[in-house]
Design a protein around this ligand. Sequence first.
Ligand code: ZN
Length: 177
Amino acid sequence: MRCGGAYCTAMGAIDSPYTMHNRPCITKRSPMRDPTRSLPRHFPCPCRSGEDDPLPYSACCQVWHRGLDEGVHAPTPEALMRSRYSAYSIGLIHYLLATWHPSTAPGELELSPVKWINLEVRNAQEAGDAGVVEFVARCRVNGRAQRMHEISTFVRQDGRWYYIEGQIINDKDDEKE
Ligand SMILES: [Zn+2]
């Protein structure tokens, strides 16, 4: 049986309904929806790339979201981090899983009802095949404003970047903002 879903393809498990984690194939369990279809044409990218004049989603993270199946991948840790933030914002679970390194990726992912408001990338570095991105993401959970300050690490493997893990920064000064 051939799956061919983005997640299984990324995990190299296209010939069976099971992923490397030996869990049922996510695309078999829940047929892939494309929430981006309902977005307006000039929808500003959730990652706010371009600051005061945000790029449209179609010219920003959608390039990587759409490119996944064609082998077109975010070229830098920051681009990948932004595209993952946008994927959280829009609800592209398959993209989040496919860009998560198999060594740390969950077998499946359920998104909590969070409304992501904006993203501020504070620092992004890459050295060889390792990357680090520090960012602050703001969101609303049940109407309450929250912020997440995280340092994420990335690795490049076979020419494409993967998210490994994030370290949450508890910064008291930040909470006063
Ligand atoms: Zn973007």
